[in-house]
Design a protein around this ligand. Structure first.
Ligand code: PHE
Length: 455
């Protein structure tokens, strides 16, 4: 009895702010603070920024709307939601299979995401130990080892699960509304500090002045598209499930636009932090170019170059490092809870079990996957990342656009958008979006996907 109650009682965000905090919490993550600046660094600075901004509003925002609308319309997880949009048995099967694929990809993304988050979280106590001059502890914490990585991945997974187990309002919404404002403040503080350091202006120039000679580089556009999809948490049913918790009184196109704007704004801010910091490091005598003359990107940038910079700045650098890694941990946490919510709601709604049981069960399985990856790192880590983010997310994005555009009936679509948005029928959104999601979005995504596979 108690179990059935728990399963049938769907959570709902208590306010529009609650939803925006949770959805931007999901969107703003390592993709923004790590992925975006490092991709910018390796793709010619400002040109990548421009491509990213255009693709976010051309492709990612419409796809985000598809997920939010399907979610709020069906009030289900992806596996339950897609079949519900149609009466045709064959389409129902395709919907269910797509849903399963989404749940699997969300779980796989979480399994590598918690590893990376663990690396970053370990730097928080490392910075504290550094400030207290405890050399052996600092070096154990800041250097990768199977024990350290498994331990911090475990702690981070535990944190994630303990928030999700508390439910939509008490867990996800409460923690997102606390952590997101903290994240924005920490970020602004760091940007202001770094921009005053010598060398920063050179980085700023690289970041903001587009070098148009690289704009036709195919890797640039597909990189920017992948980045936009990953950053807005698209394709895997995260936004769909958060959409299913939005009140019918909310104006979805407007709320969705806020989420896309805030996510992009924070990625942009992160670029203002990381790229100038890289050039401050150069000013301090730290090598910031690889042997082939490209800027250092990826894990080396975050886990070596920046820590060396913090070290070179003495005690002030110690504090900057502490805040920086705290910021990354917070950003990762509000994203990982949204990923875990996907398989958890699937188990919850399919097996009618309690939320806490579903959370711990799924949490343990995903932690098992993370351990498997950690123990076979060279074989699995990079492969899992490209399979999930480079190939699966865009493909799932296409499927969601097709379901919203072709399968969900136009009248129902309009009715869903009109709840909470009076005048939807005559709005610019309704004039453009439905046709856009049917033709333009899927075609553009497929085109870029093919590019991606061929290169
Ligand atoms: N958007 C998150 C980030 O930028 C990652 C994410 C992907 C979250 C997929 C949920 C689902 O880091």
């Amino acid at each position: 009895m108690a179990l059935t109650d728990a399963a049938s009682e769907r959570g709902q965000f208590s306010s529009r702010f609650g939803f925006i905090a949770a959805a931007t919490g999901s969107a703003v993550g390592l993709g923004n603070i790590w992925g975006f600046p490092t991709q910018t660094a390796s793709h010619g600075g400002g040109a990548f920024v421009l491509a990213y901004l255009i693709l976010t509003f051309l492709l990612a925002y419409p796809a985000l709307m598809a997920e939010l609308i399907i979610g709020r319309h069906t009030r289900h997880n992806m596996v339950g939601a897609l079949p519900e949009l149609t009466k045709k048995p064959a389409l129902k099967i395709i919907g269910r299979v797509t849903g399963f694929y989404g749940v699997a990809i969300a779980s796989l993304i979480l399994s590598f995401y918690t590893i990376v988050a663990g690396w970053l979280m370990a730097q928080v106590p490392a910075a504290l130990a550094g400030i207290n001059s405890q050399v052996p502890t600092t070096s154990w914490l800041s250097e990768s080892s199977l024990l350290r990585d498994s331990l911090f991945c475990g702690v981070f997974s535990l944190l994630t699960a303990s928030i999700v187990a508390r439910g939509v309002k008490e867990g996800i919404e409460r923690w997102s509304t606390r952590l997101m404002p903290a994240l924005v403040l920490l970020m602004l503080g760091l940007v202001a500090t770094v921009l005053t350091l010598p060398g920063a202006m050179e980085g700023l120039r690289l970041y903001l002045v587009p070098n148009f000679s690289v704009i036709t580089d195919p890797g640039l556009l597909t990189g920017a598209m992948g980045q936009a999809f990953f950053s807005l948490s698209l394709g895997v049913g995260t936004m769909l499930i958060y959409g299913s918790y939005v009140s019918k009184a909310d104006n979805l196109p407007l709320t969705g636009a806020y989420v896309a704007l805030i996510d992009t704004g924070i990625a942009f801010l992160a670029g203002l932090l990381i790229i100038p910091a890289l050039f401050v490091a150069q000013y301090q005598g730290i090598e910031i170019y690889n042997s082939d003359n490209t800027l250092i990107a990826g894990p080396d940038l975050i886990l070596q170059t920046l820590p060396s910079l913090f070290n070179s700045l003495g005690i002030v650098g110690g504090f900057i490092g502490l805040v920086f890694f705290l910021l990354l941990t917070i950003a990762a946490l509000t994203s990982s809870i949204s990923m875990l919510e996907v398989p958890v709601t699937f188990v919850l709604e399919t097996f009618k079990t309690s939320r806490s049981r579903a959370t711990w069960l799924v949490g343990v399985i995903i932690f098992g996957l993370s351990l498997l990856i950690l123990n076979n790192f060279d074989l699995l880590f990079a492969g899992v990342i490209s399979f999930t983010t480079k190939y699966s997310q865009p493909l799932l994005g296409v499927m969601l656009c097709l379901f919203a555009g072709w399968v969900l009936h136009r009248n129902k679509l309009l009715k869903e958008i009109s709840t909470g948005f009076t005048g939807a029928k005559d709005s610019l959104f309704w004039k453009i979006w439905p046709g856009y999601i049917r033709f333009v979005c899927p075609l553009l995504i497929i085109l870029m996907f093919v590019q991606n596979v061929r290169s």
